[in-house]
Design a protein around this ligand. Structure first.
Ligand SMILES: [Mg+2]
Length: 376
């Protein structure tokens, strides 16, 4: 019998399909003379970051989200290219069309990534093998695929042994395969959380699963502690949602004890912003509106937002503005909940949506998988 509160969800088969070094690969397809050379796609501004590096460039230690200046130091002879979104969108559209033909229940996450609910396909694993072969042949791009019983398994599996990965595993197998892996391989476990886990002596997913619940509750709060353990066990209830467009991405936390000290609030705001910017970066989302949400001890909730000139997902910009907004608001009571949000993305709809409801555990998991719809 199921324990109280357990819902017996129907078994699903979910695929996560993700292009390997997408931007760099597109440039290579457009200009074959780049083949074999280290290629780095990055903006040219002083604070610009690497959006993609080809696998050749990665051997020099260059990686996504690294400052472009650092990449230039690591590999001065690399070919540096400015991002060309018109081109990426064209390739994305062709690949997504093939995906949609193979499986209509598709939820694009970004230009080069999608979840597919392949439960109803006659032979789901074979269909995915055929799909990647077809994309490779017709579009030229290489995709990695993860197939599992939920989005979390699928996502982590597609990232395992890239490029051209093809991994199929049950939830239990994921627990085994990734037992010794660092917790940060899980979407939603950012560097700050990983460091905090490390400080507790929890350096692997198996250790996180086996960790004492009360130890995690003391460090992260009860809810977040349970959420971390569920994720470490590859439990995830999110469904593939074909037509949801991401309008804003937010990160928020409810404190176990209300916080009155502004300095401490600013520190918490920085942590939230770091997690948020990491999610934005991994989804290649940049927004122009930065907002905060503050819920006070008496449960009254205020939001403040500012819109800037150029879309960003850069931690320092977002954190600076979020903290400025917090200082201007100057909470008159101890704070119960703090949130930060980025909206008005540089593609897709720009209407910010309101996420006023306090997320529950399942909801928080689902929010990690907010999605961006690729423009038709
Ligand atoms: Mg990718």
């Amino acid at each position: 019998m199921a324990s109280p509160g357990t819902q017996l969800a129907p078994r699903r088969v979910i695929a996560h399909v993700d292009a390997d070094a997408f931007y760099a690969s597109v440039h290579l397809l457009e200009d074959p003379s780049l083949a074999g050379k280290p290629v780095v796609v990055a903006g040219s501004g002083p604070r610009s970051i690497v959006t993609t590096a080809s696998y050749e460039a990665r051997t020099f230690g260059i990686g996504s989200a690294q400052p472009a200046a650092r990449a230039r130091q690591l590999c001065p002879h690399a070919v540096f290219l400015a991002p060309d979104f018109t081109l990426y969108k064209a390739y994305s559209r062709r690949a997504m069309e093939l995906m949609e033909r193979a499986c209509p229940t598709i939820e694009p996450l970004s230009l080069d990534e999608a979840y597919l609910d392949i439960t109803e396909l006659e032979n789901p694993v074979r269909a995915m093998r055929e799909l990647v072969a077809e994309i490779r042949e017709q579009v030229g791009l290489t995709y990695s695929v993860g197939i599992g019983p939920n989005k979390l398994c699928a996502k982590v599996l597609s990232d395992y042994r890239k490029p051209a990965a093809f991994n199929v595993a049950s939830r239990e197998q994921c627990c085994e395969i990734f037992a010794t892996a660092a917790p940060r391989i899980i979407p939603g476990i950012g560097p700050k959380t990983a460091d905090a886990l490390d400080a507790l002596g929890i350096g692997s997913l198996a250790a996180l699963r086996d960790a004492d619940q009360s130890l995690l509750a003391r460090k992260f709060g009860e809810r977040r502690g349970l959420e971390l353990q569920a994720r470490a066990a590859f439990e995830h209830a999110g469904v593939v949602q074909p037509h949801r467009e991401v309008k804003s991405v937010s990160e928020e936390t409810t404190f176990d004890i209300d916080i009155a000290d502004l300095e401490e609030l600013e520190e918490r705001m920085r942590e939230l912003t770091a997690e948020l910017c990491e999610r934005l970066t991994s989804r290649e989302l940049r927004g122009r509106t930065i907002g905060i949400k503050v819920r006070l001890a008496d449960f009254s909730t205020a939001t403040r937002a500012r819109t800037i000139e150029a879309p960003t997902n850069h931690y320092e910009y977002v954190a600076d503005i979020a903290i400025e907004l917090l200082r201007e608001y100057a909470p008159a009571q101890p704070v119960r909940l703090l949130g930060v949000r980025v909206a008005a993305f540089d593609r897709g709809a720009s209407e910010p949506d309101d996420e006023d409801a306090e997320p529950r555990i399942g909801e928080q998991l689902r929010l990690r998988f907010d999605r961006a719809r690729v423009e038709p």
